[in-house]
Write a protein that binds this ligand. Structure first.
Ligand code: NOJ
Ligand code: CA
Length: 573
């Protein structure tokens, strides 16, 4: 793999609205990010992914952009953005913005002009189609629920396409003029010194406009036509054009939100000459211990998670790097998602991030993950703001769940849990704002907050700092990035273990999701006694030394270990 600057990325994702407010309006802002840069540097991150801060009516908290070349006043100004880029750079941190180019806001000037003249220049920036038989052009379902087509107000039989909410009309990527416009926008931002972009919904740019209705997948007669709206043949032409015209000239780091990358597409998407630097590995995002299929079975789910992680790595097979993460703004918190109530303890919550942090790839943490922020279940749906969360609730009711059952499902998986304000300290509103926060702070902030953990050397925060420092240690970093991956002990239920190996190091990572001790013969972990004797313990979640004895390793409940193996055998197969 040809070496690139961004291979060394340890990223930190910020949801600006909930990160830090500095002017008392209850909404996080860019000055808030600047204020907290020290904390991100102390964690050891060197890239920040900033969720959208462009002007927006905020129907989808910024994923509905009404002007791609400015900053929403609620977040600050262009000057603030420039200041953030510069101050982050001083700390060795590069900023990624979030490019939302599959759709714009319906309030974008382009769309407003398009509505006035759907058959003119800007009409061709969007997807307008005539309806059929008194209804929409076909029965496609929007990803956020309901029909993917919305009737154009004041027109007899004209509809526009929106894969997300109706306030997010899809842009027409078949139009070269639109593509050129997006490339220009990217280049202008890159000139301001950005590190690159995270690319929202990027696998949906190309659609297969087939007007036949598809077999319904629900009682409403609609169909989520994934094969027609995701990873459609011809998508790569758009992506390569983007790369050549917009990203390559400034050597940008680009991370695609790319659903369902097929094995045969790996090379074209993230290979050496692929469209993106990396794509998020979503192999674990369908795991939630409270989904009916797992029903509280942490262990069963953990085994499935492990197998999918290794499968994703096998498919990529060293041809590129996946982006490994556990949390983002679209998922609830990992402690609540991966661990049943009785399985949450100081050991298990430290073990979780180790599972994928040392795999090949670049790694991302999400704000609040480093202090173990938790879901905040609500007593009523009125306390949720997010439109898709409400749509999902309605879907549950339609499927016959009682209101209590539907609320339970929402409470155990809404993406809005990850959007509660960042818990900085124990003062009112967790130090997030002096005003009224836009979304309620989790009341656990009185004991679960950044300041308290910063003072406590045994806290989760300090564990995360250690985690990052091991990942970035100069004599180990290359092994973690480019070393071979050798999965270990895959037939052992509850154990996720792997080795990373190159000519310099041999590093063993072992994690356990077992609530009891487990004896592993050392040979099974492929670590002979000689190797163990000269080894260096890089990371552990117990205070006392690992239990190696008489050729066996006794793994304690929820233990995780990262060990640089020593001895003569280092570097051999
Ligand atoms: C994916 C983003 O991560 C999500 O938050 C957003 O709602 C959709 N794309 C639509 O832009
Ligand atoms: Ca503010």
């Amino acid at each position: 793999m040809k070496k690139q600057w961004w291979h060394r990325t340890v990223g930190y994702q910020i949801y600006p609205k909930s990160f830090q407010d500095t002017n008392g309006d209850g909404i996080g802002d860019l000055q808030g990010v600047i204020r907290r840069l020290d904390k991100i540097a102390a964690l050891g991150a060197n890239v920040i992914w900033l969720c959208p801060v462009f002007p927006s009516p905020m129907v989808d908290n910024g994923y509905d952009v009404s002007d791609y070349m400015d900053i929403d006043p609620c977040f600050g100004s262009m000057e603030d953005m420039k200041e953030l880029i510069a101050k982050a750079k001083e700390k060795g941190i590069r900023i990624l913005m979030d490019l939302v180019a599959n759709h714009s806001s319906d309030q974008h000037e382009w769309f407003q002009k398009a509505l006035r003249d759907p058959y003119g220049k800007y009409g061709n920036y969007y997807v307008f189609r005539e309806g059929r038989a008194g209804g929409p052009p076909n029965n496609w379902r929007s990803i956020f629920g309901g029909s993917a087509w919305e009737k154009v107000p004041g027109r007899e039989n004209l509809y526009y396409l929106h894969l997300f909410t109706k306030q997010q009309p899809d842009l027409n990527w078949e139009n070269p003029e639109l593509r050129e416009e997006i490339c220009r926008i990217i280049r202008e931002w890159m000139e301001l010194g950005l590190g690159g972009f995270r690319l929202d919904a990027i696998s949906h740019l190309k659609k297969n406009y087939d007007y036949e209705d598809l077999p319904a997948d629900g009682p409403d007669g609609l169909c989520l036509a994934f094969d027609h709206i995701n990873n459609v043949k011809g998508l790569s032409d758009f992506l390569l054009e983007l790369k050549e015209k917009a990203f390559a000239p400034s050597d940008a780091l680009t991370i695609g939100e790319y659903d369902n990358m097929k094995p045969e597409d790996v090379e074209a998407v993230i290979g050496e000459n692929g469209s993106f630097s990396s794509v998020f590995d979503f192999s674990h995002t369908h795991h939630n211990v409270y989904y009916p299929e797992w029903n509280g079975d942490t262990l069963g789910m953990f085994n499935d998670y492990r197998d999918r992680l290794f499968e994703a790595q096998k498919v990529v097979d060293g041809r590129g790097l996946l982006c490994n993460f556990l949390e983002n703004h679209d998922k609830n918190r990992c402690i609540d998602r991966f661990l049943a109530k009785e399985d949450r303890n100081p050991h298990s919550i430290r073990m979780l991030p180790v599972t994928n942090f040392f795999l090949p790839g670049i790694v991302f943490l999400y704000q609040g993950q480093e202090i173990g922020m938790r879901d905040f279940p609500k007593k009523s749906m009125d306390e949720y703001v997010d439109a898709p969360t409400h749509a999902e609730y309605e879907e549950f009711l339609k499927k016959g769940l009682t209101p209590e059952e539907a609320l339970f499902r929402i409470n155990s998986n809404s993406r809005e849990h990850s959007r509660t304000p960042m818990q900085w300290d124990g003062s009112e509103n967790a130090g997030f704002t002096t005003g009224t926060p836009w979304f309620a702070v989790n009341p656990n902030y009185t004991w679960l907050n950044y300041e308290a953990q910063e003072k406590d050397p045994d806290s989760l925060l300090h564990f995360y700092r250690k985690l990052v420092s091991v990942r970035r240690r100069p004599d180990l970093e290359e092994t973690f990035i480019y070393g071979r991956l050798i999965p270990r002990l895959q037939d052992r239920s509850g154990i996720l273990a792997y080795e990373r190996r190159d000519e310099r190091n041999r590093i063993l990572v072992v994690t356990s999701a077992l609530s009891e001790e487990m004896r592993l013969p050392l040979a099974e972990a492929d670590a002979t006694e000689a190797l163990m004797n000269e080894s260096e313990l890089l990371l552990d979640n117990y205070e006392t030394a690992p239990l190696f004895e008489k050729g066996e390793l006794t793994l304690r409940p929820w233990e995780c270990l990262v060990i640089r193996l020593g001895g003569k055998e280092r570097g051999t197969d």
